[in-house]
Design a protein around this ligand. Structure first.
Ligand code: AMP
Ligand code: MG
Length: 404
């Protein structure tokens, strides 16, 4: 059995970025931009007012208070093109360009005014509340460097730079094939000893959340011809994930059947719990991850191996699950040779770190504790027994706030 780290390295070594496509900015959030984005605009295009008030010549503010003649007004999107002479002011609004010869904005709150004149009660230094042309960026500037995962903020910048289209990595297509005579899809007629296939939807949701496109190949029966037939559709995908049938049982057909269809196995079985029967190889030239069928196993395998694989397909640095320290609220016995990922909840906080409690039942078929878990406690191979209040490593599973 190889270690989790070795497995990750072997998988990532065999995965290369997919091609690119051009998408509208409105669908580019979260996508990986592959070309530097140069601005097609200077922003602001001219010196502009940052406030509602009066555009004046700073030289007219040497003595305060002073009264100036109002010779016109300029709203955002408009212009006042006439000359502004000494002793004159132009009514101006936020986002409007400064009239010629004016250089300073006096905010409305610092004035008394009527239709004809304005009395300025507070002085303002030259340039006050003026946004000079190009303050934000200039035409031709590289506003964003590639590769970059586009955030909502980046979308705003690209829009302001007048780039309605952007070249991004296309979404990696991840084919998901469930296997098992016992499985039916949610909502379908179900026999007495059958169960609902939950895995494929769980993993599909994870694939989409990681920036991939999930392709559901359906459920193959536990026989060679069904498996052979269903797997054909994987050939247009960038990666194949099989769920179930990866173990040593008589009905675990992934290796024996796909082996005859050109599957070459790189590794099978890793020192990890849950997820020991994980398999990695190539099928029809595409990378293939064979995951065990229990929902917790396939979720944790996806978390540890599929998300980084999708990162690699998207041409970005493969992520490591974020780890942090936590306090144990109870004893934990020593670990064996397999790296352990245990479902737990956060029950409090001490000295700035979470206090965690394991679910009593760690059965890898159980979806309710998986859904309720706040974190995974990670235990290294052969980790020593721990006592109450000892420190452990954990991976948080909760996302506190949307990414902007
Ligand atoms: P297997 O890896 O095929 O031996 O499956 C291990 C366990 O996971 C069995 O109890 C299966 O019934 C269950 N299982 C397999 N595939 C799924 C699935 N798609 N959804 C939920 N449970 C599954
Ligand atoms: Mg099975």
């Amino acid at each position: 059995m190889i270690s989790v780290d070795e497995a990750r390295a072997k998988i990532l070594k065999d995965i290369h970025p997919v091609g690119t496509e051009v998408v509208a900015l409105s669908s580019a959030s979260g996508r990986v931009m592959t070309e530097d984005a140069r601005s097609r605009r200077t922003q602001p295009p001219a010196d502009m007012s940052a406030m509602d008030g009066f555009a004046v010549r700073a030289a007219d503010l040497d003595t305060i208070p002073t009264t100036l003649k109002i010779i016109g007004e300029v709203p955002a999107g408009g212009a006042y093109d006439g000359a502004v002479k000494a002793g004159e002011a132009v009514r101006i609004f936020t986002g409007a360009p400064l009239p010629p010869d004016t250089d300073t904005i006096v905010i409305q709150e610092d004035t008394d005014f009527n239709d004809h004149s304005v009395t300025i009660k507070e002085g303002a230094a030259r340039g006050t509340y003026v946004r000079p042309a190009g303050l934000d960026f200039r035409e031709g500037d590289i506003g964003l460097k590639a590769p970059r995962i586009l955030s909502p903020r980046d979308i705003g910048l690209l829009a302001a730079m007048n780039r309605p289209w952007v070249t991004v990595r296309r979404k990696p297509r991840i084919a998901l094939l469930s296997t098992g005579d016992e499985l039916v899809r949610p909502g379908e007629p179900i026999g007495p000893n059958q169960i609902i296939s939950s895995n494929s939807l769980l993993v599909a949701a994870l694939v989409e959340a990681a920036g991939g496109e999930a392709i559901d190949l359906g459920i193959a029966k536990d026989n060679a011809s069904s498996l052979r037939e269903k797997v054909q559709d994987a050939k247009s995908a960038d990666m194949l994930i099989t769920l179930g049938g990866a173990s040593v049982g008589d009905h675990d057909l992934i290796q024996p059947v796909l082996g005859k269809e050109g599957l070459s196995v790189d590794f099978w079985r890793i020192a990890m719990r849950p997820g020991k029967p994980l398999m990695f190889g190539k099928f029809a030239g595409i990378p293939m991850l064979g995951m065990p069928g229990n929902p917790v196993s396939s979720m944790i395998c996806s978390f540890l191996f599929l998300i980084p694989a999708i990162d690699a397909l998207r041409g970005i640095e493969p992520r490591h699950p974020p780890r942090q320290k936590a306090w144990l609220s109870h004893e934990l016995k020593e670990n064996d040779q397999r790296e352990d990922y245990m479902r737990a909840t956060v029950i409090g906080e001490k000295d700035g770190l979470p206090v965690v409690k394991l679910f009593a039942k760690q059965d890898s078929s159980m979806l309710s504790p998986l859904s309720a878990a706040d974190c995974l406690i990670v235990r290294s191979p052969f980790a020593k027994a721990l006592g109450k209040n000892d420190m452990v490593d954990m991976i948080p599973l909760t996302q506190p706030y949307p990414v902007v």
